[in-house]
Write a protein that binds this ligand. Sequence first.
Ligand SMILES: C[S@@+](CC[C@H](N)C(=O)[O-])C[C@H]1O[C@@H](n2cnc3c(N)ncnc32)[C@H](O)[C@@H]1O
Length: 291
Amino acid sequence: MSTSKPPKAPVDAATSDRSDVAGHYARSGLIDAIETGIVQMGKTLDTITIDDLAQVDEFHIGGRTATEELIEQLGVTSDDHVLDVGCGLGGPARFVAQRFKCRVSGIDLTSDYVETGNRLCNWVGLGDSVELRRSSALSMPFQDRMFDAAYMIHVGMNIDDKESLCVEVSRVLRPGSRFAIYDVMRTAEGELTYPVPWATTPASSSVAAAERYKQSLQRAGFEILSERNRRDFGLAYFNDLRSRAPAATAPAPLGLHTLMGERRPHQIKNMLESISSGTIAPVELIARKVD
Ligand SMILES: C[S@@+](CC[C@H](N)C(=O)[O-])C[C@H]1O[C@@H](n2cnc3c(N)ncnc32)[C@H](O)[C@@H]1O
């Protein structure tokens, strides 16, 4: 019997150099944890809806509300094919597909999320309209100009090379399409305390100011349509979560704790301190690929 190890599956350079990022998000047993939560909710795989899953699969400040308020600025129609850059478990992708009756393709570095996310699509009957694939945002497995709109939610904090990111998104968008970004961005000088939800140490954190995003977008052929600081919205979201927590005797069946585990309170606390002090904030940018 041969003792040599099987060859590793090929991965592109941009993917392999961010194994620290995928390692931060990796979570084995996720599908079982979600299924357990569904049973605790009194639901089954036949009755679960995207709204039930939103507690666990919208992994960003403001949850589903933030997604709705971002996506409504994209002008999506049922004829569109929409790209989700860094889709995670695919909560926003399923929401967009169901709301606008359109196709959505998502890519993400973290295998556990992509595999679990595709199962969730099948559970809610969206397996034909939403497809999630494992890929780096810097080298996506799509042809030029094949998408009519794109969005990226809480992903750029892990991507240092924002120029290449914007060039790659521009490549796959047809001219005139919109690209919506909703990321945690730097709003003032100051150290961040780690861990935060997107990084355990500074080595995998690439938080940047909106100006840096805008320059990268413009160099990649986008015009900036709008910018919106969501600090107050974000703080209100966490205040609301906190005000509901004391009444609960046990964690909700499904929530970001299902995804983030025991690290969650510490990560959220550090992030909220930096948002409160004004060092960082969730910010939206809407851009349009120039014709
Ligand atoms: C905070 S989660 C947000 C997930 C999803 N956008 C959402 O809002 O629910 C960040 C995601 O970005 C992905 N990510 C980070 N860097 C990436 C890269 N270079 N290419 C693709 N995905 C990336 C991570 O794997 C993770 O799933």
